[in-house]
Ligand binder design. Structure first.
Ligand code: ACM
Ligand code: ZN
Length: 542
């Protein structure tokens, strides 16, 4: 009896390296266990600010989960690191974001080619820890090595349809970091609001940031009549960008154009084909009113906005949207028709002159951004507009546009509605779920997704940069609901993003998931507990 109890306690305080996403290799080393205690120091290379920061973060993570406080220490390479966790850089490693953790009875070394790799190693070590107060964690001697399959490992967040404050966005970044993700696609402008302060055009947020009310349900005739809105100041954005950068996450802002622009049109009606008046939309869907690209002042407006966007977001990519842009206004607009004539656009194949006008407009913005060293990402509608292959395509209307884009020579990010729209339901039992868009993207469907289509020729596979889940928030009104929609589906996505398909195993993943969920619980995050049950998957077999 006594022996059983002692064993149970020891088990509880033992690290388990089989985390989510599962590392490529976990090889045992013939040595005694390492005993992690609060007297262990976390060493980092003296003078390296990134390594100092991640060392402090590791200390925080260990304290969060175990209540042990470990101090950090800057060291020269010759320092004796016995009994320590040493963070180090190894230029010989192959992948910029890969990591190697070596645990011996003497010490733990977390190595990466870059601090980002070390950070991912830290996340892996963090997830291996038991959750709950303790004074010692037994760390079995082992070497753990992992390299991500894809360089682009994203999550998207729509902060327009509902607005989420800076603290919520930061927690979203925390959740991403735990899952080894590195790109936040931040949807900041749309028909239902303009959420980014632009100094040159203050009405964008003063007027365009607010709607008179919000439709109830899926576009019912009933509006709640409650003024709704908000926006991020440039100071808040800089702070969020820094918070992301500290976690090796690049934020890709999206300014959706030329459609999904009612927020801007309500503020500056002269930018539309009819001149308005326009209102910030109180319902969901696709609006006919879009930017009038027949006038030069519209192009100047967009460039001015992009100037401020580029100042705030230092990353390579700016997302310019391009989805769901009806052409009815352009067909009726003398200025837009004149532009088509002046440019000598002629319809060919499936492409109308208005589609080519969108292509021309997009190319103007693409070239403007390129002159500032930036690249565009756009939704897959751009494939129908003759844009050149320096545009990266985000495949959302299924996986086929992604394959088509790769064949044409575009880089592609896979975010197909099935299974990567996390605003969709996660079960067929929708009655017992928070209201969602529709559809059914189960945990297993997410897990089984391969961003690289089986029939994509080998020579084109390098165009698939990675995968991302999208979180549109028409029906998501609060942070717990965001978390419910993404957890635990993000865990499944993390294995899609990190692991080779041949190494993936859903049942094994499900066995490893409860420990990750213990970490969710520890941080007080909301998640869909039913997705952990084995039975549900069986019910959902077609
Ligand atoms: C989209 O869902 N309209 C990209
Ligand atoms: Zn026009």
């Amino acid at each position: 009896m006594l022996i059983t109890v002692i064993t149970a306690v020891a088990q509880e305080h033992r690290a388990d390296y089989r985390v989510v996403p599962l590392p490529d290799r976990i090889d045992g080393i013939k040595d005694k266990d390492f005993l992690l205690k609060s007297t262990c120091l976390i060493d980092y290379p003296a003078g390296n600010r990134d390594m100092e920061r991640v060392a402090v973060m590791l200390s925080g993570y260990i304290e969060d989960l175990t209540s042990m406080h470990l101090s950090t220490r800057p060291v020269k390479s010759s320092t004796n690191n016995s009994g320590c966790i040493s963070l180090s850089l190894d230029p010989k490693m192959i992948n910029d974001e890969g990591y190697r953790i070596t645990v011996t009875s003497k010490n733990i070394e977390i190595a990466g080619k870059t601090p980002a790799g070390v950070f991912h190693g830290i996340q892996s070590l963090r997830k291996s820890l038991p959750v709950g107060q303790t004074t010692t964690v037994i760390m079995p001697a082992a070497q753990i090595v992992s390299n991500p399959r894809f360089g682009y490992r994203g999550m998207h967040l729509d902060c327009v349809r509902h607005f989420f404050d800076a603290e919520t966005v930061k927690r979203y970044l925390d959740i991403m970091a735990l899952h080894g993700m590195n790109r936040l696609h931040w949807h900041l402008t749309d028909d239902q609001g303009w959420r980014i302060e632009i100094k040159k055009y203050p009405r964008l947020t003063e007027v365009g940031g607010w709607r008179k009310g919000t439709v109830l349900g899926h576009n019912s005739p009933v509006n709640d009549g409650i003024r709704y809105g908000g926006y991020y100041t440039q100071d808040e954005i800089r702070d969020i960008v820094q918070y992301a950068t500290d976690r090796f996450i690049t934020i890709i802002p999206e300014v959706d154009m030329p459609g999904h622009m009612l927020g801007a049109l309500a503020a500056y009606p002269e930018l539309g084909c009819t001149g308005g008046p326009y209102e910030v939309w109180c319902q969901w869907g696709v609006a006919d009113d879009i930017l009038c690209v027949g006038q030069d002042k519209t192009l100047q407006f967009v460039k001015d906005v992009l100037d401020e966007v580029m100042q705030l977001f230092p990353g390579e990519y700016i997302h310019i949207g391009g989805d769901e842009s009806p052409r009815v206004r352009w067909q009726q607009c003398p200025r837009c028709q004149q532009r088509i004539k002046d440019l000598g656009l002629t319809a060919h194949g499936k492409q109308s002159v208005e589609a080519l006008l969108q292509g021309w407009f997009t190319t103007q913005m693409q070239q403007y951004l390129a002159a500032h060293g930036r690249h565009i990402i756009g939704w897959d509608e751009l494939l129908g507009c003759d844009v050149d292959t320096t545009a990266t395509i985000m495949s959302w209307r299924g996986a086929e546009p992604g394959a088509e884009g790769a064949k044409l020579g575009h880089d592609v990010i896979m975010t197909p509605v099935g299974p990567l729209y996390f605003d969709y339901y996660q079960t067929k039992d929708t009655w017992n779920e928070p209201t969602a868009f529709g559809g059914c993207n189960t945990l297993k469907k997410v897990y089984d997704f391969d961003p690289v289509a089986a029939d994509l020729p080998a020579g084109m596979r390098h165009h698939i940069l990675g995968a991302q889940a999208n979180v549109w928030t028409e029906y998501i009104t609060c942070e717990p609901q965001i978390q419910y929609q993404i957890l635990p589906r993000m865990a499944a996505l993390a294995e899609v993003q990190w692991m080779e398909p041949a190494a993936k195993d859903y049942q094994d993943f499900k066995a490893r998931l409860p420990h990750l969920v213990d970490i969710y619980k520890h941080y007080g995050w909301t998640y869909r507990a039913k997705s952990l049950a084995v039975e549900e998957e069986e019910q959902e077999q077609p």
